[in-house]
Structures are given as structure tokens and as C-alpha cells.
Design a protein around this ligand. Structure first.
Ligand code: ADP
Ligand code: MG
Length: 772
């Protein structure tokens, strides 16, 4: 033991002298000067004292004050000082993989070290850490995975949970587990970090844990709402009245002072503005059609004009544009690159910042642009609190964000972008005042801002809990509802019950709420269970490629475009892909065609000709790769891709796989004598099954049902009785009627033929088979 202590002592001394040598070098000294200038540095002693005296400490401070990069270092340094350095193990969690990676790199460079030595990172499928790593940045998901095999976090001395103000599902979940762990690990220190001040909730959750606030300083930021922006960009609105809740008066009037030649531009910009403003509290259909950001829809023209205005008329400084996701970012980037001013690389440096970019691209964001070149960064809400770009003076805020979880895979853009909260809007605005007074342009009218929620609901209260329930089970945390009742803010009992019921229906949990074999596999696939189920069966039945396409297709914005004025043409284009009464199979065909065209570099023309979204096709392409690597982790797929696809052309098998995933989303094609007709979505989506009154199958499985005035099905596939019986669910116990009731909404158009009739029909089919 004494020998061991000696080794540790020596190593700690060595760590100390290495750090000293770096700080004495010119670069090291410069870095130290920079660090000393950050607001967090002034609170160093107070923070360290609080941590040594309390098991849990909550630290708040404005974005950019140095929480993420400095506080873990303070702890590391003080451990090294006290010659415990070689025994400390600090874990700092980040909600997103990109911040775990970029922060660890930054911290290593501040310490003059290579990444992967003292400071490392770990995210899914990637990581840099070694035996000597004492400070590890990882995603929250990675720490949760570690808890699966190491329930008491053996050897860990400090856990820092960052960005708790975001109230992500994973973070809330982790806090329940850590709260249970603390009494069992009295030496373990827990530090929570938040970018907002409302940290009392966390303090009382942890029995009155002390709060340390880092006072910050920002310059004033001038705020412009849509009204001003339209004026700034060259035209005036003389009247606008607030009508109903927070919609806008449809009769915005323009003052015709603006130069004639720009009239059409102005009209389209005002239309953009109206569309943006009208958005809230409108019918789901309207919202649906407005929520997708593409060059022909809202916002893009306005952003382009505003950027021009900034480049031509405003003082120097970088511009940060908040968009909703990488698909919008890349389409806007493409549009801007074609612009005479904004696309001029001698004047403008156009960069993107989103969760799935390469790390080489990441570094560019932090660099200062060359003299005379204006940096424009198109970012998702990552740049709201977790990444700080120092030289930003102008912020453009689209007012929306995708409400999703943080894992790239869960980040399924089929969730609609929705309005942000006042807190978020304020955060975005604050990004403009870091180095000097700034300007913030909100692309929505003041009255829309006034209607924003004060803050966003925690994710655990607003998203389906199915995946979370599976995780609770795989970590063996006992009864789901009991466990969740101990959350910071517990989800409604009904929501929990719905999730548990659903998991039982799809066979992921048994009657006693235990994980089934299927459930265990699903916990390895971080995505909606229905998608996971399809992947699993597709892998088992060796029809993998088309299933990957279907699942990826369900995770992105509908790739089939339906422009308002070309509905019929678009429908005709889709119907040529139609195969076997299935939207899912139509997508597979469209994607395969795109793949072929892409080989000849003709992907764009192909999409254009066929009313397909090239963005979605590319997104499907990259998701397919990700899903494949996830499946490989589960051990379900053969490493030989050809074997995985032995049955890929068997349409009936694909139908079965689709049914296996989408059950219990079923409806009957004919309901007794009264026939049930399927309708197209009013605007946007159409289905190959929409106008077809003679579907030769009794059932449709569907991905989503939307109720507006009547019921619309999105993405359906026709299936036979036998497929429903064999791949549908636990019909054997005659439970189907019960399920239908439980799932409420499905009841109204779910035909309930007697189970006996179904079996008879199955028997007929089997008999026919036997005769053959
Ligand atoms: P917080 O977590 O409080 O929001 P950070 O610790 O992330 O703040 O950042 C503190 C400061 O460090 C930022 O304001 C910025 O100046 C600088 N910084 C952070 N990351 C980088 C980076 N990758 N490159 C250059 N500077 C950075
Ligand atoms: Mg931070």
C-alpha cells in the first residue's frame, strides 16, 4: 500500500511540474492571461471552497463566463496541488456530442496538452482517452451507459452535469440516479452547472445545496422585431394591427416609397413575414405547411436581405444566424453562396454550426476571419448556450428550434420546429453583446414574442416516454412509475401509463413490466421503439437495405414534395414509384433511383424531376449509415452486407417488417358496409393509397394519424390478414380489442372483426399455400 501511495505521489508531483512548465512558456502564459480574464476565474476560490465543503454544488453564470472550460480545470488543478491529482477522476457531461468534443479539445489546448492524455472525451462510437485521463468530457448518454455496468461509478471523484438549465430528458434522468447514489458514495462530489439563474429548483431537489453565481458582464444589445426589420431592409409598413390571439392582421399595408424595381422582392418578403407571423395558434395544417423551412417557403428571402443589409450598411462584426436544423442550414447556405455579395468569399466567410459537422469544420467557427472578411455563422440552437463564438456582434433569430432530444439519432427532424421560449430568445439576443454593443434581429413581430412561453417545458414533460421507460428497465431501477415520481418534475401519471402500455403492446415489456428479449435489443437502439423494431426484424429476416431506407425515411422530413401550385404533377410523380399499395415501398424505390442517379452525379436533376427533396435524400443516406453501425453494435447483422440482403426484394416480407414496426397503427380498408375512405393531407403529403378505392388488402398499417376535420393517414402500407396476425401483436390472448380501447384515438376507425373471422381467413390462406 505504501509503495502504491508513493507511485501516486510521484505521479502527482510530475503532473504539477508539467503544468508549471507550460505556464512558464510564452504560449502557456498567454493562455493563462486569457483564462484569468474570464468571469469564472474571479470566483475560483469560492467555487472550490463550496465543492470541498458540500457534496452537491450548483453553479450558475452567463454563457461564455467560463463554466464549462474552467470549472473542471479548477477542480483538476486543485487536486493536483493537493497531491491527489493522480487519483482524481472528473467526469463532465454535455448534452451534445459536438460540445463534448470541442470543449475537451479547447481544455487540452489551454493546458498545453494533447487531447486524450490528461483531458479526454468520449461520445458514442468515438472517443479519445487514455490511462492517464483524469478529466473526461462525455455525453450524458455515455455516462448513463456506464451506469449500466458500473452502478456506483467506482473510482470517479467528481461528476459535473453541465447545461442543466436545458432540462433535457437524459440530464433529468441522470439526476434521479445520482441523487440515489450520493448517500452510498459520500466522497463523490456532484456539481451542476446552469446558464440561467433559476437554479433554486435544483438546490431544493438536492436538499438545499448551495448556489454559487458567477456575475457576468455583457454589452447592451439593441433589439429589432420584424416590424423594424422590414423597414431596415428598405420598405415601410404603415399599418399593422393585432388581431385574434397573436396572429397578425392579414392586411399589412406597404408604403410605396420603396424603389419600384424592388417591388416584387418586397412583396415576397412581406409574404414571408406574414407567413412567419401567422404561424401561431393556427390550424395544424397551416402550421404544418409553414413549419418546414425551405427556400420556397418562409424566411429565407428575408434572411438573405437582412444579411445584405448588415454587410452593406452596418459596422464590422460577425453575424450569428439561429436556424432550426442542419437541413435548413445547408439549404440556406447554398442559397447564400449563389448571392453576389454574400457568396463573395473575399468579403464573406460563410460557416455552418450544427450537431453533425466534422471537427475540422468546428474549429473554423472560433477563428477570427481575415481582415475585411465578415464571418457569418449559420447555427442551430447549439450556439445558444453550449458554444460561444466570441466576435459575434449581430444575431439573427428565426424564433424557432426543433424540440428534440440531443442525441443525433433521437434528433429526428420529423418533429416540427416550434417557437422558442422567452428565455431562449433572451439567450440568443445575449450572444450579440459579448465584445461590444450588438444588434439582434428577431424574425417575428413583437406580439409573437409576447406570446412565447416564459421558458420551455422540460423535455421529460413534453416528449413520449417510451425510450426512457426502456432505459429505466435496463438499468434495473425498479418500477417505472415509482422511479419517475422522484424526478425533478415528474411526468403525468397518465403519460407514464401510456408509455408502459404501449411498450407492453409492442412486446418490449411483459405483463409484469420486465424487459423482454425484444425490449433488451431496443434499449441498444437509441430511437423510437417502432423504428428499432423494424430494424431488428429487417436484420433478422435479411432484408436490411430497404428497411434501413424506410426507417431513415420515417426519421426525416417527408422527401416527397408537394408544391401548392403543382399538386397534381407531384402526385403523379409519386405514383410512378408506387408499388404494392405502400408509401414506404414507394420511398424505397425513389431512394434507390436517387442512389443510381447520384452515382452519375445526377442526384439533383433526379430529385427535381421527381418532386423529391434532395436534402431529405442526403439525410436518409447518412442516417442509413448510422443505423447500420448501431445495428452492428447489437450483433444482429452479419458483417457480409450481401447476406443481410438475401430477401431484400421480397415485397411481402417487407410488408411484414413494416407491420411489425407500425403495429398498433392499423386501420381497416373497408369498415363493414360503410367504406372507410382515406384522404390526402390537405396541404403537403399525399399517399399512394389516397385515391385508391380498390386496395386489394384488408388492412393498412400507418405511421401517423392526424386528426384535423377528418382523419388523415400519413405513410401507409397495405397488408394482408396473415401478416397482421403473425406480425401484428399479441392477438392470441384476444387482447386486440383491449389495446384498441387503450389507445383511444385508434378506436374510431379501427374495425374490430371478430378474431375468429381473422383466423378463418388465415386458415384459408394457409390451405391455399399447402395446396400449392
Ligand atoms: P460557459 O460554459 O460559461 O458558457 P465556456 O467555458 O464554454 O463558457 O467558454 C468560456 C470562454 O472560452 C468563451 O467565452 C470563449 O471566449 C472561450 N472559448 C471556449 N471555447 C473555445 C474554443 N473552442 N476556441 C476558442 N475560445 C473558446
Ligand atoms: Mg458551457
Amino acid at each position: 500500500k505504501a509503495a502504491m501511495e508513493k507511485i501516486i505521489w510521484r505521479r502527482s508531483l510530475q503532473m504539477r511540474s508539467e503544468q508549471q512548465a507550460w505556464q512558464d512558456s510564452p504560449e502557456g502564459w498567454k493562455m493563462l492571461e486569457f483564462r484569468r480574464g474570464l468571469p469564472a476565474f474571479k470566483e475560483k476560490d469560492a467555487i472550490l471552497a463550496a465543492i470541498s465543503e458540500n457534496q452537491v454544488v450548483i453553479i450558475s453564470g452567463e454563457t461564455g463566463c467560463g463554466k464549462t472550460t474552467q470549472i473542471p480545470q479548477f477542480i483538476l488543478e486543485s487536486e493536483i496541488e493537493s497531491v491527489r491529482g493522480a487519483t482524481c477522476s472528473i467526469i463532465c457531461t454535455q448534452p451534445r456530442r459536438i460540445s463534448a468534443m470541442s470543449v475537451s479539445e479547447r481544455v487540452a489546448s489551454e493546458r498545453g496538452e494533447k487531447l486524450g492524455e490528461m483531458v479526454g472525451y468520449k461520445v458514442r462510437l468515438e472517443g479519445m482517452k487514455g490511462r492517464d485521463t483524469h478529466l473526461l468530457f462525455c455525453t450524458t448518454g455515455i455516462l448513463l451507459r456506464r451506469l449500466l455496468v458500473d452502478r456506483s461509478l467506482k473510482g470517479v471523484t467528481h461528476v459535473i452535469v453541465d447545461e442543466i438549465h436545458e432540462r433535457g430528458m437524459n440530464e433529468d434522468f441522470l439526476l434521479i440516479i445520482l441523487k440515489d447514489l450520493l448517500p452510498r458514495r459520500p466522497e463523490l462530489r456532484l456539481i451542476l452547472m446552469s446558464a440561467t439563474l433559476d437554479a433554486e429548483l435544483f438546490s431544493s431537489y438536492f436538499g438545499g445545496a448551495p448556489l454559487v453565481h458567477i456575475p457576468g458582464f455583457t454589452y447592451p444589445v439593441q433589439t429589432h422585431f420584424l416590424e423594424n426589420i422590414l423597414e431596415l431592409t428598405g420598405y415601410r409598413l404603415t399599418a399593422y394591427n393585432q388581431i385574434d390571439d397573436y396572429g397578425m392582421d392579414k392586411t399589412w399595408k406597404m408604403n410605396k416609397q420603396a424603389p419600384r424595381k424592388r417591388k416584387s422582392q418586397i412583396v415576397s418578403a412581406v409574404e414571408d413575414a406574414l407567413k412567419a407571423a401567422d404561424f401561431n395558434e393556427f390550424s395544424p395544417q397551416t402550421r404544418e405547411s409553414l413549419s418546414c423551412w425551405n427556400p420556397d417557403c418562409i424566411g429565407f428571402n428575408l434572411i438573405e436581405q437582412l444579411l445584405c443589409h448588415v454587410c452593406e450598411r452596418e459596422r464590422f462584426g460577425a453575424v450569428l444566424v439561429f436556424m432550426t436544423g442542419w437541413d435548413d442550414i445547408s439549404s440556406l447556405k447554398e442559397k447564400l453562396q449563389a448571392h453576389p455579395i454574400l457568396g463573395d468569399t473575399g468579403r464573406v466567410l460563410l460557416l455552418a454550426c450544427h450537431g453533425s459537422m466534422a471537427s475540422s469544420e468546428q474549429r473554423l467557427i472560433f477563428d477570427k476571419a481575415e481582415d475585411g472578411v465578415r464571418k457569418i455563422v449559420l447555427a442551430t440552437n447549439i450556439a445558444e448556450t453550449s458554444i460561444t463564438i466570441d466576435d459575434v456582434v449581430f444575431v439573427i433569430d428565426c424564433g424557432k428550434a426543433k424540440e428534440t432530444s440531443y442525441d443525433a439519432l433521437n434528433n429526428t427532424p420529423c418533429l416540427l420546429p416550434s417557437w422558442i421560449s422567452k428565455v431562449s430568445a433572451r439567450q440568443r439576443r445575449g450572444r450579440a453583446g459579448r465584445v461590444q454593443p450588438g444588434e439582434c434581429y428577431h424574425l417575428y413581430p413583437r406580439c409573437v414574442y409576447d406570446a412565447f412561453a416564459d421558458f420551455q417545458l422540460p423535455e421529460i414533460l413534453r416528449t413520449p416516454l417510451q425510450s426512457l421507460c426502456l432505459q429505466i428497465k435496463s438499468l434495473k431501477l425498479g418500477s417505472i412509475s415509482e422511479f419517475l415520481s422522484r424526478a425533478l418534475q415528474s411526468p403525468e401519471l397518465l403519460a407514464v401509463q401510456n408509455a408502459v402500455d404501449y411498450l407492453k403492446i409492442i412486446g418490449a415489456l411483459d405483463e409484469d413490466e420486465n424487459l423482454t428479449v425484444l425490449g433488451r435489443y431496443l434499449t441498444m437502439l437509441p430511437m423510437e421503439p417502432k423504428l428499432g423494431k423494424m430494424l431488428i426484424l429487417g436484420a433478422i429476416l435479411n432484408c436490411l437495405d430497404p428497411v434501413l431506407t424506410v426507417v431513415a425515411g420515417l426519421s426525416v422530413r417527408d422527401p416527397f414534395l408537394t408544391p401548392f401550385d403543382k399538386k397534381d404533377l407531384a402526385e403523379a410523380a409519386k405514383s410512378q414509384f408506387s408499388r404494392g399499395y405502400s408509401d414506404h415501398l414507394a420511398l424505397v424505390r425513389a431512394y434507390e433511383g436517387w442512389q443510381d442517379a447520384e452515382k452519375d452525379l445526377a442526384g439533383y436533376e433526379y430529385c427535381w424531376k421527381n418532386f423529391l427533396s434532395a436534402q431529405s435524400m442526403k439525410a436518409i443516406d447518412s442516417l442509413r449509415r448510422e443505423f447500420y453501425s448501431l445495428l452492428k453494435d447489437t450483433g444482429l447483422v452479419d458483417s457480409n452486407r450481401a447476406t443481410c440482403n438475401t430477401w431484400s426484394y421480397d415485397e411481402h416480407l417487407l410488408r411484414a417488417v413494416i407491420c411489425y414496426g407500425l403495429y398498433p397503427g392499423i386501420c381497416s380498408v373497408v369498415q363493414n358496409e360503410k367504406s372507410f375512405s382515406l384522404k390526402t393531407m390537405e396541404d403537403g403529403q399525399n399517399s399512394v393509397n389516397a385515391r385508391n378505392s380498390t386496395i386489394p388488402y384488408p388492412w393498412l398499417v400507418f405511421n401517423e394519424k392526424i386528426k384535423v376535420n377528418s382523419v388523415f393517414l400519413r405513410d401507409s402500407t397495405a397488408i394482408s390478414d396473415s401478416v397482421l396476425l403473425l406480425f401484428g401483436g399479441s392477438l392470441l390472448r384476444g387482447e386486440i380489442e383491449g389495446h384498441v380501447k387503450m389507445l383511444g384515438g385508434y378506436l374510431e376507425f379501427f374495425m374490430k372483426p371478430s378474431i375468429a373471422a381473422l383466423y378463418q381467413s388465415l386458415r384459408r390462406e394457409l390451405e391455399e399455400l399447402i395446396q400449392i
